[in-house]
Design a protein around this ligand. Structure first.
Ligand SMILES: Cc1cc2nc3c(=O)[nH]c(=O)nc-3n(C[C@H](O)[C@H](O)[C@H](O)COP(=O)(O)OP(=O)(O)OC[C@H]3O[C@@H](n4cnc5c(N)ncnc54)[C@H](O)[C@@H]3O)c2cc1C
Length: 443
């Protein structure tokens, strides 16, 4: 599935441009007087803020840090349009315990966190069946499948545009047997319109000499892309937002004023911000803020890591998902960034040693000629709802809209989500069914 119409009919030129029109539902055309507060300046928040401003609304974007310093800072940078398959593939519940005990498999758990994780984990694993995986895949497809077009629509003619590079996205396997073991995933990707080209044996090194002999098969996905510095990209988008007259405020959001049931103001350590609507885009930190609105979301951190190898002597020419290590190697401005791994252990604990050790080891095996001047490590928190679908919609009739829960695909799907939620706030009828993303679905 590729770019489709976001809203019905012809209407607002900004949201309608390139992807179809919209139908104004409130019909009053007074959106310019409304004041919207967007909480969180990650990729989702800046996307929402820009599309809201383009729709003519008054927008204040609030973050306690500089834009692009949360999870959006350290991801692998891939615009992974074909990432339509959740982690909870059929069989995970049975295989999971064995994989956790295998030190060479990139799935980790801080055991002391297990009692707190258990309720979420049980819900998460309950989706590891064929029916749910297909349903989740159908839900992810509209959010991610036209990612490159959505990033272009967001960033074109702005200082953020040069950060985006069109490229292949390659899946590196040891051999045909390992590729075939992923047949279920490839069948779902194919159902969503993504078919790989297969390169095998020595042809792998003709395509890209960076790969060592541990890579015997590449599944090449054409027409993808990546961001050469995800944190810099989000910061540049925030500057674009400010250039449009948007306000950015550095403040910690602590509460909401819900006088009469609908939001009146956002409360921060820098004071109150009166508003007509709120868009909550605080990534993994949205859980505690949503709680203050009575929404209890089963959201956990899927902790992930990156290592940036500076001044690398070798590296792939396009982002490569190394299947054995479940990490992506991406050529970025700062060097070769290798990012991935899943670790459960909550928000508070610092980085663990074992995942970083395994990441270094699989990088060495994949790129045996790699030397580098220096390296930098990072830990981040993918916001993972138990059913692997983002929350996009209004919390009850509170006037607060959610746009969070993008786990592994937030950079890919952030611009589309921002555009969708901006349309909802502006009172438009979406042209795609958003019920799968209903934030109230857990109640
Ligand atoms: C190792 C790793 C690799 C990844 N690779 C990819 C990839 O290649 N492609 C892809 O599509 N996705 C990838 N992801 C996932 C992606 O990075 C996330 O889904 C995405 O960044 C989430 O964006 P966000 O805007 O929702 O959250 P964030 O970027 O975390 O932004 C949330 C913001 O809210 C702010 N905030 C929180 N609480 C408050 C408060 N109380 N007051 C004020 N501000 C607050 C934070 O400071 C932060 O700036 C990866 C993730 C990891 C960890």
């Amino acid at each position: 599935m590729r770019a489709g119409k976001l809203y019905h009919q012809a209407g607002h030129p900004a949201l309608a441009e390139r992807v179809g029109g919209w139908c104004r539902v409130d019909g009053n055309g007074m959106s310019g007087n409304k004041h919207i507060v967007v909480i969180g300046a990650g990729i989702v928040g800046v996307s929402a803020a820009i599309w809201l401003a383009r729709a003519g609304l008054r927008v204040t974007l609030i973050d306690r840090n500089a834009p692009g310093q949360g999870t959006s800072f350290g991801n692998a940078g891939v615009l992974a349009s074909c990432s339509v398959v959740p982690v909870t593939a059929p069989g995970l519940a049975l295989k999971g315990p064995k994989l956790l005990l295998d030190p060479s498999f990139p799935l980790f758990l801080r055991w002391s966190y297990l009692p707190r994780l258990a309720p979420w984990l049980l819900r998460y694993l309950s989706h590891a069946n064929d029916n749910d995986t297909r349903r989740i895949s159908n839900g992810l497809t509209p959010i991610v499948s036209d990612s490159v077009e959505q990033h272009k629509a967001l960033s074109q003619d702005t200082a953020a545009s040069p950060y985006m590079v069109p490229s292949d996205y390659n899946f590196a396997y040891s051999d045909r047997v390992a590729f075939d073991a992923d047949a279920y995933t490839w069948q779902l990707r194919q159902a969503a319109g993504f078919k790989p080209e297969i390169i095998e044996g020595e042809a792998v090194r003709e395509y890209d000499p960076a790969f060592g002999p541990s890579v015997g098969l590449l599944a090449v996905m054409r027409d993808h892309g990546y961001i050469t510095d995800p944190g810099g990209y989000v910061a540049a988008l925030a500057e674009t937002f400010k250039g449009m007259g948007g306000h950015f405020v550095t403040a910690n959001v602590t509460d909401f004023d819900l006088g009469g049931g609908t939001v009146q103001a956002v409360v921060t350590d820098e004071g109150r911000f009166d508003c007509d609507n709120v868009v909550l885009c605080a990534g993994i930190w949205s859980k505690s803020l949503a709680n203050k609105l009575g929404l209890n979301v089963p959201l956990e951190s899927e902790r992930g890591y990156h290592i940036v190898f500076k001044q690398p002597s070798a590296g792939p020419k396009a982002p490569a998902m190394v299947a054995a290590g479940k990490f992506v190697a991406t050529p970025m401005d700062a060097g070769l960034r290798c990012a991935g791994i899943v670790e459960f252990g909550g928000l508070d604990a610092g980085p663990s040693k074992a995942p970083l050790r395994l990441l270094r080891q699989t990088v060495e095996e994949t790129f045996p000629d790699l030397t580098y001047a220096d390296s930098e490590e990072w830990l981040g928190h993918r916001p993972a709802p138990s059913d692997s679908l983002p929350l996009i919609g209004e919390i009850g009739q509170s006037g607060v809209y959610t746009a969070f829960g993008h786990h592994h695909i937030g950079l890919t799907g952030g611009p589309k989500t921002g555009r969708l939620v901006a349309g909802l706030v502006a009172g438009d009828r979406p042209n795609i069914d958003l019920s799968a993303y209903d934030p109230n679905r857990f109640h």
